[in-house]
Design a protein around this ligand. Structure first.
Ligand code: ABT
Ligand code: MG
Length: 137
């Protein structure tokens, strides 16, 4: 069964949106197979966002994602990788459709509430970065 890595970012945790976000994916029909509240280290942040290393916003991105606790999750279900991205909405919340997480709760691209793996390869990589095998049920 397909798995993806989702994470409520520090802005979402600060705004008490963990329950709301978990609820959306539960009601959709996906299964939560791993979850934890955690503080991301600068090293993990740089590894997680490695693909953006050369981008001008990389420093701010690492600073933001390490600015407070995140809620890391693994979800399982049919087509969960692409459907979760669809439910999250566009990266830029200004372009995210109402009814999506970013469309309903975010304003700026720098603080867009939620992360979700964008392909099977990144799902496998990100699940491995954040979770040990024995932390998944
Ligand atoms: P993530 O789930 O955070 O990976 O976002 P998404 O996959 O939707 O978008 P990408 B392109 O991976 O953006 C990663 C983070 O970089 C931020 N960003 C992106 C900017 O701040 N400015 C930009 O011009 C772009 C393209 C948005 C994403 N994260 N946050 N927070
Ligand atoms: Mg991304």
């Amino acid at each position: 069964m397909e798995k993806t890595f989702l994470m409520v970012k520090p802005d979402g945790v600060k705004r008490n949106l963990i329950g709301e976000i978990v609820s959306r994916f539960e009601k959709k029909g996906y299964n939560l197979v791993g979850a934890k509240l955690m503080q991301i280290s600068p090293e993990l942040a740089q590894e997680h966002y490695g693909e953006h290393k050369e981008r001008p916003f990389f420093g701010e991105l690492v600073e933001f994602i390490t600015s407070g606790p995140v809620f890391a999750m693994v979800w399982e279900g049919e087509n969960v990788i692409s459907t979760a991205r669809f439910m999250m909405g566009a990266t830029n919340p200004a372009e995210a459709t109402p009814g999506t997480v970013r469309g309903d709760y975010a304003i700026t691209v720098g603080e867009n509430i939620i992360h979700g793996s964008d392909s099977p390869e990144s799902a496998e990589r990100e699940i491995g970065l954040f979770f040990k095998e024995e932390e998944l049920v």
